[in-house]
Design a protein around this ligand. Structure first.
Ligand SMILES: [Zn+2]
Ligand SMILES: [Zn+2]
Length: 279
């Protein structure tokens, strides 16, 4: 997830660092990594990524959010290899059975919420913080001071050279804050829609199709139809499907299954970007 100059990583499967390099993302900007659960396909890439960060001379701290146990796995790996990263790693265990604010960042907040899988598993919701109001610069004198422009954008009335400048007249409301929710791996849960209420973009796993719906609860996964159901119930604007079973070499039927319920559905494809436009 990228917001302005800030980058956040959710899950870190095998080969993540190679994809980060291939798509020319910058790891030094990465200060927060969120791991949904401790199945290998969601965190085995962490060892390589942390090792490379250390080799690159990173000194910025890194915050890791994950279910308890990852801290022990990392500690024993560092102990066995007798190599530990030189930069500080802060581990934030996810344990709450309710939704919980886990990061209050200047640009956004991140909330974790419980999913239901074969091991403890969490979804994450990213909410952008409100931006400053839009300045109607055409209405202002050209030499209007920068500091006062900032105050107007903050919603303060100002005075300059004997004239009042009410913020309501010289600024427009900021664009609505954007939001994103990430839900994998999980069985269909009605409450997921509540945690993802009104998001602009929802990522939901779709390991199976309805034809294999009997396998979904046994393995702790969802079908494409169920993912679409969550998007619909949440009132999401669009949906990305991912985490497909290898039994489907052609993903078009999965997409169609979801689109029959929730038309604004897309497939998560390697290297694809989804942008939430500022409106
Ligand atoms: Zn899993
Ligand atoms: Zn998985």
């Amino acid at each position: 997830v990228q917001l302005d100059q800030h980058a956040f990583l959710i899950d870190c499967g095998e080969g993540t660092q190679f994809q980060i390099r291939q798509f020319q993302l910058k790891t030094h900007k990465l200060q927060h990594i969120f791991i949904s659960h401790l199945h290998g396909d969601h965190y085995f890439g962490l060892f390589g990524l942390l090792g490379s960060m250390s080799l690159q001379g990173r000194d910025l701290p890194l915050h890791l959010y994950a279910p308890p146990g990852l801290d022990e796995v990392l500690a024993s790996t560092f102990r066995a290899t007798q190599i530990a990263p030189d930069f500080p790693i802060y581990f934030h265990p996810l344990t709450s059975e309710k939704e919980q604010l886990i990061l209050d960042h200047p640009a956004l907040t991140v909330t974790a919420f419980p999913l239901s899988h074969r091991v403890p598993c969490f979804g994450f919701r990213f909410d952008e913080k409100p931006r400053l109001r839009k300045l109607l610069a055409d209405l202002l004198p050209e030499d209007f001071p920068f500091e006062l422009r900032k105050q107007l954008r903050n919603g303060q009335d100002v005075e300059w050279e004997g004239r009042a400048y009410p913020f309501a007249q010289f600024t427009a409301p900021p664009p609505p804050p954007r939001s994103y929710a990430y839900c994998t791996d999980t069985v269909y849960l009605p409450q997921t829609a509540q945690f993802a209420k009104g998001v602009d973009l929802l990522y939901h796993e779709a390991t199976f199709m309805e034809a294999n719906a009997d396998k979904a609860p046994l393995t702790g996964h969802s079908t494409a139809k169920q993912a679409a159901q969550v998007a619909l119930e949440a009132g999401a604007k669009s949906l990305i499907l991912g985490h497909f079973s290898v039994r489907y070499p052609d993903l078009a039927p999965l997409l169609q299954e979801a689109q029959s319920i929730f038309p604004a559905t897309f497939l998560a494809e390697e290297g694809k970007n989804f942008e939430i436009a500022v409106t």
